[in-house]
Write a protein that binds this ligand. Structure first.
Ligand code: CO8
Length: 258
């Protein structure tokens, strides 16, 4: 109903959990949902007690796309003037690692949202697709770019030009998915991955994400210099001394998160 919150948030240990909560609309991403997800992710990003963000949908749908009913009557000028959906770019700037449990449909904006996550867990029943061509449009939340960078031209063209859905097994094979587990175990596995990431030092996890993300945006030579600068800078952290000291002393590190 209209009264129900579009997302639910909680913390589970050091994991900030965001659950899309419009299951009857297959978690269609309307403007309110976009704003809520982005704001929750930014708040977790700034919280030193949160070391990873977990993004959950529902069993039938991670998200079946941008809300078609909300946008169908808009004009070009309205879309352009409001820069419809540009707020998703803020999610791309969140520095804390994001793990997505991709269950059921991840179509259109739902596929694009999943691809904004850093680690994607899916099952054989997961369905990824960019069906916008069937609606007379194209992907608009980065799909033509992120999909192509993840899976290459051949698969991206196939998906974007025909709207064909790929299942979890194919998605894992082509490099869209980090881990494939049984459908019923997708959310638990994703939670474990998020907890694992959150068990490390947040500065190093954030900088690790930053370094890998740089590979999408720059040349190899610039990326390698960027990585080395980040690597060097981590020697200014207490957690580098703790992590390496603990190894030498054969004990478990106790991270200071600093
Ligand atoms: N938007 C709005 N409502 C939706 C959406 C959606 N994307 N997807 C599902 N729903 C609603 C249905 O209308 C239905 O509502 P109601 O019960 O009121 O009739 C409810 O969710 C359940 O859906 P179905 O009855 O259709 O469920 P089925 O199991 O029969 O079918 C499907 C599931 C195959 C997933 C089907 O719902 C479907 O094809 N959905 C649309 C998928 C799609 O085309 N997604 C792409 C949308 S466009 C997009 O994402 C562009 C992104 C970029 C925009 C950026 C702008 C700048």
């Amino acid at each position: 109903t209209a009264d129900e919150p579009v997302i639910l948030t909680e913390t589970d240990g050091r994991v900030g959990v965001i659950t899309l909560n419009r299951p009857k609309a297959l978690n269609a991403l309307n403007e309110a949902t976009m704003n809520a997800v982005v704001e929750a992710a930014e708040a977790f990003d700034m919280d030193p007690e949160v070391g990873a963000i977990l993004l959950l949908g529902s069993p039938k749908a991670f998200a079946a796309g941008a809300d078609i009913k909300e946008m169908k009557d808009r004009t070009f000028t309205q879309m352009y003037a409001s820069d419809w959906f540009q707020a998703w770019e803020r999610l791309g700037r969140v520095r804390t690692p994001v793990v997505a449990a991709v269950t059921g449909y991840a179509l259109g904006g739902g596929c694009e949202l999943a691809m904004m996550a850093d680690v994607l867990i899916a099952g054989p029943g997961t369905r990824f697709g960019q069906p916008e061509i069937q609606l007379g449009v194209i992907p608009g939340m980065g799909g033509s770019q992120r999909l192509t960078r993840s899976v290459g031209k051949a698969k991206a063209m196939d998906m974007v030009l025909t709207g064909r859905q790929v299942d979890g097994e194919e998605a894992e094979r082509i490099g869209l998915v980090s881990r494939l587990v049984e459908d019923e175990k997708v959310q638990d596995e994703a939670r474990e991955v998020a907890q694992k990431i959150a068990s490390f030092s947040k500065p190093s996890a954030q900088m690790a994400k930053e370094a890998v993300a740089a590979a999408f945006e720059t040349t190899l030579q610039q990326g390698i210099v960027h990585e080395r600068r980040i690597f060097h800078s981590l020697f200014a952290t207490a957690d580098q001394k703790e992590g390496m000291g603990a190894f030498a002393e054969k004990r478990k590190p106790e991270w200071e998160q600093a």
